[in-house]
Design a binder for this molecule. Structure first.
Ligand code: CAA
Ligand code: FAD
Length: 380
């Protein structure tokens, strides 16, 4: 067993760390306050290869492994979880889905631009009445010969207004249940495609979350991903890898809050000594460190499973379930260690605490991860 990272993985981690410090940290508080999308920063992330990390160089990607991606996600998330969710959706849902299941034409037309960040993508599964219960798709894609006629509403879509390419899951044959679902590539600007208002959120406020409305949108047949009826499997297979990205995000949020709390405890004095000398604070740091180390091992193991052809449905769900809980616990304690300063914006930990919560909700809630995990362990 080798726990060492390769030279390349260390280099990627350092590059992401440097980028986060120099490009994301300045302005992160203001973007959160104003709910402002990090447009310039995302553009630079594309130029540096952070938006198509695992895509083959043949399609404009960086050709890196999932471990490198997880390391970069952790570093970006320590500073700006709004930027990292854009990165996660583009890399592990949109690019990965297209590279693994798209046709050569779809890859040439869409993936090459998505991998370089020339455009960004969105993944559209959730609906007002189909969140956790994802097979209950109400959006319809009716087969009209050379095209599908798309009608319905998608909810909570990350990159909702900033994306140009949308992977939309919709029901073609309701009588076939999940086996009648398709995944279609929809472009911004297709007639009948409207973007709803931006959601006002608790956390990851720099990311743009919107509902999407489709009214008789004509989507060419060549925009279907995979065989007829493959759409639900497509979504599930893609989300298995996506969950590793969100687990890395949760880990980064936790690690970012821990770093701040540890440093703060070494300079803040109470009762004539630095607060880290009070055992109650030192023990909190010990617990935080232990939980973060455990989460990091689970995240990297899931990424390693994906890189090595092992099944990662289970390890990805385990990593997401645990890391998101660690993100919540650690950020709450980081605020506590900061005392009153933890409750105000300039110390960053209150934002990290708000950002942490979403990691227990999207890409499958914690309850859904437990369903995936329990079904897997009982089956095995
Ligand atoms: N890989 C391949 N196929 C899979 C699969 C996987 N990981 N998981 C399930 N399937 C297949 C099953 O094998 C089954 O197919 P067959 O009938 O041919 O065997 C089919 O999918 C249906 O599976 P289930 O019978 O298990 O379906 P279910 O209704 O019990 O639900 C579920 C399964 C796991 C709960 C699923 O509905 C689910 O994952 N829900 C959560 C949805 C989710 O994660 N949404 C995230 C939206 S994207 C997002 O959130 C992005 C973001 O925030 C940034
Ligand atoms: P519900 O499914 O209504 O769940 C409500 C509660 O009931 C939860 O606690 C849930 O765990 C629990 N529950 C439901 N079913 C069960 C069960 N069988 N057993 C036990 N408990 C259960 N979706 C996309 O498709 N693309 C995106 O880009 C995207 N981005 C998002 C960004 C944000 C900021 C948010 C908030 C959401 C985003 N989502 C996205 C949607 C997200 O994936 C869903 O919110 C999530 O899957 C939960 O669905 P729901 O909100 O309908 O909750």
């Amino acid at each position: 067993m080798d726990f060492n990272l390769s030279e390349e993985q260390l280099m990627i981690r350092q590059a992401a760390r440097d980028f986060a410090q120099t490009e994301l940290l300045p302005g992160v508080i203001e973007r959160d306050e104003k709910q402002e999308f990090p447009t310039e920063q995302i553009k630079k992330m594309g130029e540096l290869g952070f938006l198509g990390m695992m895509v083959s160089p043949e399609y404009g990607g960086s050709g890196l492994d999932t471990v490198s991606y997880a390391l970069a996600m952790e570093e970006i998330s320590k500073i700006d979880a709004s930027a990292s969710v854009v990165m996660s959706v583009n890399n592990s849902l949109v690019c990965w889905g297209l590279e693994n299941f798209g046709t050569e034409e779809q890859k040439q037309k869409y993936l090459t631009k998505l991998a370089t960040g020339e455009v960004i993508g969105a993944f559209c599964l959730s609906e007002p009445e189909a969140g956790s219960d994802a097979t209950s798709q109400k959006t319809t894609a009716i087969d009209k010969g050379d095209h599908y006629l798309l009608n319905g509403t998608k909810n909570w879509i990350t990159n909702g207004s900033s994306a140009d390419v949308y992977l939309v899951i919709a029901q073609t044959y309701p009588e076939k249940g999940h086996k009648g679902i398709n995944a279609l590539i929809v472009e911004k600007g297709m007639p009948g495609f409207e973007i709803g208002p931006k959601e006002q959120k608790l956390g990851i406020r720099g990311s743009d979350t919107h509902s999407l409305l489709f009214t008789d949108v004509k989507v060419p047949k060549e925009n279907r991903i995979g065989e007829d009826g493959f759409g639900f499997k497509f979504a599930m297979k893609t989300l298995s890898g996506g969950r590793i990205g969100i687990a890395s995000q949760a880990l980064g949020i936790a690690a970012g809050a821990y770093d701040l709390a540890r440093e703060y405890s070494k300079v803040r004095k109470a009762f004539g000594t630095e607060i880290c000398n009070h055992q109650a604070i030192a023990f909190k740091l010990a617990d935080m460190h232990t939980q973060i180390e455990a989460a990091r091992h689970l995240v990297l193991k899931a990424a390693w499973d994906k890189d090595n052809g092992s099944n990662y449905d289970l390890s990805g769900a385990v990593a997401k379930l645990y890391a998101s809980q660690v993100a919540m616990d650690t950020t709450v304690e980081a605020v506590q260690i900061h005392g009153g300063n933890g409750y105000v914006k300039e110390y960053h930990v209150e934002r990290l605490m708000r950002d942490a919560k979403i990691t227990q909700i999207y890409e499958g809630t914690s309850e859904i991860q437990k369903i995936v995990i329990s079904r897997s362990v009982l089956r095995d």
